[in-house]
Design a protein around this ligand. Structure first.
Ligand code: NAG
Ligand code: NAG
Ligand code: NAG
Ligand code: NAG
Ligand code: NAG
Ligand code: NAG
Ligand code: NAG
Ligand code: NAG
Ligand code: NAG
Ligand code: NAG
Ligand code: NAG
Length: 780
């Protein structure tokens, strides 16, 4: 695709010195902040356009973990459609979005839409085509700054409109440069729209509703403020969050020449407020003599009130702040993180994939607090404290959380406290929190997040509350556990948690397939969560609890191991096998048979020992069963090393990376899933992966680059990973950590988190290192 090539060129133009004809990027954005970060490439749409369009990551300007991310609006977003799609060529506004992933709903968004002439309040009427210079799309994208040129229609006098934007966590900062002599430039704030609920994937499909919002125009203060209660996931989960709304307060730097309110597509000039559906408000601006009309607008957002949105605006981007200053401040926040990692010996494509991956991993969960207060949808009131939302725990417990613990440890106490508040206010830890619980996916992997934080010595949250919360997950079933299936996106049900816990799991060890959806995946995932609970119990001195949950974590998985077939298989309540294609969540019997990360030796033994297990892994990969586009496969190539076949794992890991990651616009083969896809790549490139997150160990894979130097915030010295020749030599010949020889394929958390020197000796042929199971290594 020609426009893809152009986009990459523009990104590097931002970061080097070139200036695009017609898209004059201000000098503030051209200087690379440091040598380390000059490859940062926040790709447009990178996130994998699968045939279903399940990409997910859109170009957005905002700081790490920002409450609101700002993106150009090419589409009306809903579950399965993002607001920006790089294959679409018309921009309908600029959206402050809270949609955390493509399969989740939007909530409380605000859209800023510039125009000329007649005010066009409705999405379908207000699109402006993106300007192309030959094949090149006039659009510039980076983590902290976005710019686009759009063409005004002949009817509106023609001319080119330039839009630039950046953002702080709770304020979008936009600057519109209207065509010279444009008649009646205006800016519309959209509060509410007809919105789409449901999902194309659910039995009821999708349908449209009309949320009722509020707009207030204040010409004397040059403000348009309002409220949008839209929450597309309101049909999911047990928490109604009845008072939820996204509030906004936009302040303009220019006086209004006129203004009005738009309702249901019609405008009323001079009106200063309205409530209702399909609602917006606008201001027009008079041309200011010579030169183009430039309007600067800052949009504060809040989940608490209009007044709080205004306070957020004044605190984060005070009056008089230029867009350049906002963009530089946000850039500095990215550089603080991305600049901690220095890569040597990676190709340009690998560097872009790696740094874009870091950009993706530092977006979720996102801040939901303001001035030390937060709106909780669990009890529908405002509390003091930090809060985060956008927890995709089924995905992120694998490697994303381990990566955040290393690179952003200062965030972890607040993120854990936030989950504990959800437990206190709503009764349970989050599963997939999108403002409130949505019951998406299965299992109670918050147990793993909490236990891993404690195992890795993160402090700053209440351990008694933490234990009570995970203990409840492991012991209290959901309501009507014998009768509700709890299928994905099932509406009008209570908190799903460990569906099936009481009905059969507690007594027999498996979740019954004739009672519950996704029963075999649940069985295996609950057993891992039991392991996480046991780990926390042990550290907190609850040794009887620890023994109980540890034992259950090691027996439950094998209650669904069918020794006749050698695969995990779902079972009915009466013990009958339910069929090999039954009971899986986003995976199949191949991926899930390897899903016993807490007892890999037990699994190997049941599969006939190391050599037989390695043959099984070969069958899995050679048969095309490994599926990196979805999470259940992510740890599988690392299991070779645990069966004494490290060198085989090394070539598999390189193959998986090459086949599923690149720096093109469609360069992720699967959904980013709040950072887990990229976290796999980042850890793999470093040479190790957290197969069992709560063990505080990592399994060694194969470092991709010659050298990586990382300054983790809590380490007293940098971590230097040297692997000379690694780009072309995937096999490990030897490994030392701070001079000590390591012969097992395991690194501990201390060996990484505290910094130090990890030295890999690499080879282009398979080696015997940690490969005792293989006879005659080097022959294949
Ligand atoms: C794509 O859609 C098909 C048909 O609806 C479905 O079977 C498949 O699981 C989907 N794949 C992804 C990656 O969502
Ligand atoms: C982008 O739009 C194209 C064409 O309309 C569509 O096929 C694709 O699924 C969309 N991608 C996403 C991520 O929505
Ligand atoms: C704008 O209007 C002024 C005054 O009418 C005129 O001199 C100038 O040429 C116009 N500029 C453009 C770009 O049309
Ligand atoms: C479909 O929607 C109706 C009305 O909103 C609701 O009562 C019903 O439970 C839904 N059914 C399913 C299968 O989601
Ligand atoms: C706008 O449309 C909605 C839904 O059709 C209707 O309830 C409302 O009364 C209309 N409002 C106005 C101001 O026309
Ligand atoms: C690391 O630093 C943060 C504060 O920046 C702190 O909250 C955390 O507990 C520290 N400890 C570890 C082991 O990461
Ligand atoms: C946590 O801290 C203790 C006490 O300093 C130390 O022994 C232990 O190794 C640390 N754990 C990790 C995973 O770093
Ligand atoms: C296990 O932990 C729970 C919660 O702290 C406690 O009530 C219970 O007594 C413990 N059981 C044993 C056997 O230690
Ligand atoms: C076990 O239960 C399943 C599902 O309810 C049923 O189809 C099967 O016939 C039962 N098997 C036996 C041996 O009763
Ligand atoms: C299987 O391989 C692992 C990893 O090398 C090793 O620790 C274990 O002892 C081996 N098991 C047997 C039975 O040889
Ligand atoms: C980039 O990755 C995507 C997703 O895996 C793949 O479809 C595409 O072919 C790859 N492109 C290149 C140039 O490797």
């Amino acid at each position: 695709m020609s426009n893809v090539k152009w986009k990459l060129a523009v990104v590097s133009a931002i970061l080097t010195t070139a200036v695009r004809a017609g898209l004059d990027i201000p000098p503030a954005f051209k200087e690379p902040p440091s040598d380390e970060v000059d490859a940062v490439n926040p790709l447009i749409g990178n996130g994998g356009d699968s045939p279903n369009g399940s990409g997910g990551m859109i170009p957005s300007a905002a700081p790490p973990f920002a409450m609101t991310r700002w993106t150009a609006q090419t589409d009306e977003n809903y579950v399965s459609v993002t607001p920006y799609n790089h294959t679409h060529t018309s921009v309908h506004g600029f959206q402050g979005t809270h949609q955390p992933a493509i399969w989740m709903g939007e909530s409380g968004q605000v859209v800023v839409s510039p125009g000329l002439g007649t005010v066009n309040p409705l999405f379908e009427d207000r699109g402006m085509d993106i300007v192309y210079d030959g094949e090149e799309r006039m659009e510039a994208v980076s983590a902290n700054y976005y710019a686009v040129l759009t063409q005004a229609s002949e009817a509106d006098g023609g001319g080119v409109l330039k839009t630039e934007m950046s953002a702080s966590s709770r304020v979008g900062h936009l600057r519109f440069t209207f065509p010279t002599n444009a008649s009646s430039p205006y800016i519309l704030l959209e509060a509410t729209r007809p919105t789409i609920l449901g999902s194309p994937a659910s039995p009821n499909g999708t349908w449209t509703i009309y949320p009722s919002g509020l707009v207030i125009v204040d010409p004397s203060n040059q403000e348009i403020c309002g409220r949008n209660p839209e929450r597309q996931d309101e049909i999911l989960g047990p928490n109604a969050a009845p008072s939820f709304a996204g509030y906004f307060c936009a302040r303009f730097n220019a006086p209004f020449s006129s203004y009005g309110v738009a309702q249901n597509g019609s405008t009323t000039d001079g009106a200063t407020s309205a409530e209702g559906p399909v609602l917006g408000a606008y201001a027009r601006f008079a041309a200011a003599g010579e030169g183009p009309m430039v309007v600067d607008v800052r949009v504060g957002v809040s989940f608490i009130s209009v007044d709080q949105a205004r306070r957020n605006l004044e605190t984060e981007i005070p009056d008089g702040t230029s867009l350049e200053e906002t963009a530089q401040a946000t850039r500095a926040l990215w550089v603080e993180k991305l600049g901690r990692v220095k890569v040597e010996g990676a190709s340009a494509d690998e560097r872009a994939t790696f740094y874009t991956g870091i950009f993706h991993t530092l977006q979720y969960p996102y801040e939901q607090d303001e001035d030390g207060m937060y709106y909780s949808g669990y009890d529908d009131s405002v509390h003091e404290g930090n809060s985060y939302t956008g927890y995709s725990n089924w995905d992120t417990y694998r490697a994303e959380w381990a990566w955040l613990i290393l690179l952003a440890p200062e965030r972890i106490p607040g993120m854990v406290r936030s989950m504990l508040q959800d437990y206190v206010e709503g009764g349970w830890l989050p599963m997939w929190k999108n403002i409130v619980e949505t019951n998406i996916m299965v299992a109670t992997h918050a147990d793993s997040l909490v236990a891993e934080a404690h195992v890795k010595n993160i402090t700053g949250f209440d351990l008694e509350t933490a234990y009570a919360a995970v203990y409840k997950d492991a012991t209290v079933p959901p309501v009507d556990d014998w009768t509700i299936s709890y299928y994905d996106r099932e509406e009008d049900v209570g908190y799903e948690v460990r569906a099936g816990l009481s009905s059969v799991y507690e007594e027999k060890g498996w979740v019954a397939n004739d009672i519950h959806s996704e029963s075999a995946s649940r069985t295996l995932d609950y057993a891992y969560d039991d392991w996480a609970v046991a780990t926390l119990a042990e550290l907190l001195g609850h040794s009887e609890n620890a023994s109980f949950f540890r034992a259950r974590s090691q027996t439950a998985p094998f209650t669904i191991f069918n020794a006749d077939t050698g695969f995990m298989e779902a079972r009915d309540a009466n013990g009958s096998w339910a069929g090999q294609d039954q009971g899986w969540t986003e995976g199949d019997m191949w991926a899930y048979t390897f899903d016993v990360i807490q007892d890999v030796p037990g699994l190997i033994e049941r599969r006939g020992g190391n050599a037989s297990f390695v043959a099984f892994l070969d069958e899995h990969f050679d048969g095309g069963h490994n599926d990196q586009t979805n999470e259940p496969s992510h740890h599988i190539p690392y299991l070779y090393a645990l069966a004494g076949a490290a060198s085989k794992g090394q070539s598999r890991i390189r193959e998986v990376a090459a086949a599923n990651y690149n720096s093109t616009v469609d360069g992720l083969s699967g959904n980013e899933d709040c950072g887990q896809m990229s976290a796999w790549y980042i850890f793999s490139a470093l040479g190790f992966y957290p197969v069992d997150p709560v063990s505080a160990t990592y399994v060694v894979g194969t470092p991709f680059y010659d050298k990586v130097t990382i300054s983790f915030p809590n380490a007293s010295q940098p971590l230097v990973i040297s692997a000379p020749g690694a780009p072309t030599q995937p096999y490990i010949k030897s490994l030392t950590v701070n001079g000590e020889t390591i012969s097992q394929p395991i690194l501990t958390h201390q060996q990484i988190a505290n910094g130090g020197k990890i030295v890999f000796e690499m080879s282009d042929t398979p080696q015997g290192w940690a490969s005792t199971t293989l006879v005659g290594v080097g022959q294949y």
